[in-house]
Design a protein around this ligand. Sequence first.
Ligand SMILES: [Zn+2]
Length: 130
Amino acid sequence: MACPDCGAPTLAFPVPSEYREYLPGDAAGAEVCTDCLVLRPVDDPPAERPDLTALSDAVPSNDEAAVPFVLLVGLLPSLVTNRSEISDLLARVERAGTDPLLALDRLADDPSVDPDTDLRGRRRQLEQLL
Ligand SMILES: [Zn+2]
């Protein structure tokens, strides 16, 4: 699939049921744009989870942290309305052994992506909100 915003390829992945509450409409999966990092729910994701580090080296290599991290990045554009979801996801990434704010910094520094969202600005807001 291509991203409707920027035309870059997207990466679709199944979202485990414990994370579906973080997606609009309870979808079974999501796709994330490999360039602008916009996240959209999808109803027919692949059964196998692709390697999410294909997005960026900043994405944690362990699946337990990668899924909540990618969902977290997807919710950042609406930080204020998704504040409680975002703080849940931050905690899950942390529990899986990755520092989520450090990973966000690395993502913001990664020249291979061109995020639609100002990751540094959102990270500063996150620190103030949480
Ligand atoms: Zn895009």
